[in-house]
Design a protein around this ligand. Structure first.
Ligand code: ADP
Ligand code: MG
Length: 325
């Protein structure tokens, strides 16, 4: 079991930022309105994610650290994935390569429960004194696999990767308040977008006021695929995928085809090697897209990628024309 989990861990847990991603997505899936993230040592020594979501009942906590136990999927649901997680791999994988502690409290329980897993070894359940939600702590990532640890970048670079990841996650969940703190970083605090907001509040928090001030809203649709977001025409810079935020059904993606379409949408018009920052959300029938390509789910496969490409290129060109370029 431990060996299998460690192999799976290599797929799911590449680096501290991927741990942050998995834990935050679990919090979002649990209906959290507030997510607090703390890291130390580039996430290598500590990652803590606390939420005010539904929490887990006693039995669910035991199952949560078992491989392929997910509460989010049934057999015929495989194509219809609306939650962010669905593999049931994250917690067991993390538990196999770190010291994992999960404390949780579900309203159906008289008190909370806590469980630890240290390099695959599970503790007994213990009562925990938290009033609600879930608190996951990951300490000493890869401490039992020095080869993997050596493969990580400097604390500074891993800290930056975590910041980028939290920005992506925060853009995808604007109605959730996010904080990211730690002794070695500037605290980020993104208060929740108002319930009737259009996304601009969160985008301004993450991308800066300048971006939103000079941005052109995008809103296009083709054959049931909707594209919304902003293209920041005031923020041209050298090609940099860190300023290209793309989401498919609320999931951050770094898909090559989509990034290529974004580029094609303005290089033709601008004849320049500088690129605007973009924040684009694609909403598509889940049956038209496969997010199951890779466990970290950054790649996607569309049934009709030509349609997607056409939609993006067309909308970005139109935005430039509208802006008088
Ligand atoms: P997945 O998200 O693919 O289901 P995970 O390993 O990430 O798999 O989590 C396993 C299970 O643990 C989830 O299905 C969920 O039931 C539970 N869980 C994990 N994190 C939380 C959380 N923050 N709040 C509530 N339940 C959680
Ligand atoms: Mg998950």
């Amino acid at each position: 079991e431990t060996t299998i989990n460690r192999i799976a861990a290599g797929e799911v847990v590449e680096r501290p930022a991927s741990v942050v991603k998995e834990l935050v997505e679990n919090s979002v899936d649990a209906g959290a309105r507030r997510i607090e993230i703390v890291t130390a040592g580039g996430g290598k020594t500590l990652i803590r994610v606390a939420d005010d979501g539904a929490g887990m009942e006693r039995g669910d906590l035991l199952l949560a650290v078992e491989r392929h136990c997910t509460s989010k999927l049934t057999e015929d649901d495989l194509l219809d994935i609306r939650t962010l997680g669905f593999r049931g791999e994250a917690l067991p994988s993390i538990g196999s390569v770190a010291e994992l502690q999960v404390e949780t409290r579900n309203a159906a329980e008289p008190h909370g429960w806590s469980l630890t897993v240290s390099v695959g070894r599970k503790s007994e359940l213990r009562p925990a004194g938290l009033s609600g939600g879930t608190r996951v702590e990951v300490r000493n990532l890869f401490f039992a696999t020095p080869a993997r640890l050596k493969f990580l970048k400097s604390d500074r670079a891993e800290t930056a990767a975590i910041t980028d990841m939290v920005k992506r996650l925060a853009l995808a969940a604007p109605h959730v308040r996010f904080t990211l703190a730690g002794a070695d970083r500037k605290t980020l605090d993104f208060p929740a977008e108002p319930e009737n907001g259009d996304g601009r509040v969160r985008i301004a928090q993450v991308m800066g006021e300048d971006f939103v001030e000079n941005a052109i809203p995008i809103d296009a649709e083709r054959e049931g695929v909707r594209l919304t977001g902003f293209i920041g025409l005031g923020t041209y810079q050298k090609a940099n995928s860190l300023s290209q935020f793309l989401f498919v059904n609320g999931r951050s993606v770094r898909d090559k085809m989509l990034l290529g379409a974004v580029r094609a949408g303005y290089t033709d018009v601008m004849a320049s090697d500088r690129y605007p920052a973009v924040v684009l959300f694609i909403d598509i029938d889940p049956h038209q897209v496969d997010v199951n390509v890779h466990p970290t789910k950054a790649d996607v496969r569309f049934r009709d990628s030509g349609l997607l490409r056409g939609l993006l290129v067309g909308a970005l060109r139109a935005a430039h024309v509208a802006a008088g370029h």
